[in-house]
Design a protein around this ligand. Structure first.
Ligand code: HEC
Ligand code: HEC
Length: 447
């Protein structure tokens, strides 16, 4: 703050000195000949003229100072009050450090486009092997693992038809029980450091226990009951020995390990986007390329980051969660999307969710944790408005400037900032959708 005041005085002093210098030259230069010819002003007249000019210079200087002061009004008037207290100063320093840290991170997230690795990482205690994958695949499709033998994992995570999800708003478990969350895809789940919409599981091994015992999913009464069902099937004991070694037993641990190993093989590094990144310039349509630019320019990429387009990705940044800013949306949408608070817990007034992957997202409608949104286009509109505060206008409403300046007051930092509000047309939303469609694996695209 003091630095600012010093700057003001240096500028004002400089202007004043220049002004005085100029006046002296004027008086000495211009008035001299008049005096020599005897027709000029007398001594008093010259003094009066000098004084008038001098006052003019001073007034001009004051105006300059006032202008300088007003032009940086918020920081100049509000921050000094804050800076008076030690706390204010500490806060300012903290803010500067935060900003600097962000500056270091941001360029990386903005400029890096990465293809998905061909294999998924596995924990040391459960290396992925062919025999484990085969066993896991059999378990994943086995309806005997549910209480009334009506559902397998694949009933809700249908890879051939629904991109690893079920196409339903909310999952339907044993005996028609309706869950309150939408089924996410299992494809590329191997790249997630947090699993489930609220991120409550941290590995596929840990995650697999959830649906088996969940009364509104597969509804098994206990781990022992699951193990008993597996032992009953004659083909399993030899398959477990093959996958886990000569004394490989059927336990809940080996069952979940096999399921996890199979899911680690469910990755889709073969989308048009990946081909484009690897150098095939024709892999993306023009619309998809415009969408790709917008995806970074708008800031979608700051959350849906890394090659898996997920903040919760092992290979992405370390920020797995984000609040869904549903209060910024129209009332009806906000109501449906803000009932469940996710990770934040029921008491919170803000829903916090794991940032989901956008790979194969075109195949996994309906969208969001409660499956309340049917189309990808609507999901993109909601994200742009709710998460990025963009404004979407209808075509021909007016010729938009690409962005609009808005003055915002931050209660936290007690300062104004001039931010740019992005204006999007429906066409831009379609371009973003075209880009998201290019994240669909070629092997899953409708033929
Ligand atoms: C009744 C439908 C249903 C069945 C059956 C089911 N799931 Fe799920 N699955 C869901 C739902 C719903 C969620 C999200 C729950 C949540 O976030 O609270 C989910 C989440 C997951 C996730 C997390 C994905 C991610 O990105 O967070 C994985 C992995 C998964 N299930 C694997 C399995 C496995 C393995 C089985 C079989 C043992 C299985 N599921 C059985 C409905 C089902
Ligand atoms: C501040 C972080 C953040 C930003 C920025 C952001 N998203 Fe999201 N996105 C999320 C979170 C969190 C969810 C999950 C919300 C939920 O389910 O309630 C999500 C969900 C989605 C979904 C639905 C995925 C599914 O499987 O249901 C789509 C599509 C999506 N985002 C696209 C975008 C696009 C396009 C942009 C840029 C216009 C964007 N997001 C910007 C955090 C973000």
């Amino acid at each position: 703050m003091e630095a600012h005041l010093t700057q003001i005085w240096i500028v004002a002093g400089g202007v004043l000195l220049c002004g005085l210098g100029a006046v002296t030259c004027l008086v000495r230069g211009d008035l001299k000949p008049m005096r020599a010819s005897g027709q000029g002003l007398g001594r008093h007249g010259r003094l009066a003229l000098g004084a008038v000019l001098g006052i003019g210079v001073i007034a001009f200087t004051i105006k300059l100072i006032a202008l300088f002061f007003l032009s940086s009004y918020p920081t100049q008037t509000i921050s000094p009050i804050l800076a008076q207290s030690q706390m204010g100063q500490e806060k300012a320093q903290e803010k500067a450090a935060r900003l600097q840290a962000r500056m270091v991170q941001v360029p990386k997230a903005w400029t890096l486009w990465e293809a998905l690795p061909e294999t998924a990482p596995a924990p040391i205690e459960n290396p992925t092997t062919k025999s484990k994958i085969a066993l896991g695949k059999q378990l994943f499709h086995d309806k005997n693992l549910s209480q009334d033998r009506s559902l397998s994992c694949a009933s809700c995570h249908d890879i051939d038809q629904y991109g690893g999800a079920d196409g339903k708003k909310q999952a339907i478990g044993v005996q028609g029980a309706v869950g309150h969350r939408n089924t996410p895809t299992v494809l590329n789940a191997a790249f997630q450091r947090r699993l489930f919409w609220d991120g409550r599981a941290s590995s596929l091994e840990q995650q697999a226990l959830g649906p088996l015992l969940n009364p509104i999913e597969m509804g098994m009464p206990s781990d022992e009951a699951v193990v008993a069902r597996v032992i009953q099937e004659a083909s399993y004991p030899p398959a477990f020995r093959q996958a886990f070694g000569a004394d490989g037993k059927i336990t809940i641990k080996t069952i979940t390990q096999a399921l996890a190993a199979y899911q680690r093989s469910l990755i889709t590094p073969d989308s048009p986007y990946d081909d484009f990144i690897k150098g095939d310039a024709t892999a993306l349509s023009e619309a998809a390329q415009r969408g790709m630019f917008l995806f970074a320019d708008l800031g979608c990429k700051l959350c849906h980051a890394g090659p898996n387009f997920s903040g919760a990705s092992l290979i992405g940044p370390k920020r797995p969660y984000a609040p869904l800013q549903s209060h910024r949306l129209a009332e009806k949408e906000a109501q449906a999307l803000s009932q469940d608070k996710g990770r934040a817990g029921p008491e919170s007034d803000l829903g916090v969710w794991r940032i989901p992957s956008l790979r194969n997202v075109a195949l996994t409608a309906p969208y969001f944790h409660n499956g309340s949104v049917d189309t990808l286009s609507e999901a993109v509109r909601i994200m742009a408005q709710a998460q990025l505060n963009a404004k979407i206008i209808e075509e021909k409403q007016f010729e938009p400037k690409s962005d609009m300046k808005i003055l915002r007051w931050s209660q936290e930092d007690r300062s104004f900032t001039l931010t740019q509000k992005k204006i999007l047309q429906q066409k831009d939303v379609s371009d973003l959708v075209a880009f998201l469609e290019a994240l669909t694996s070629r092997s899953l695209q409708p033929k």
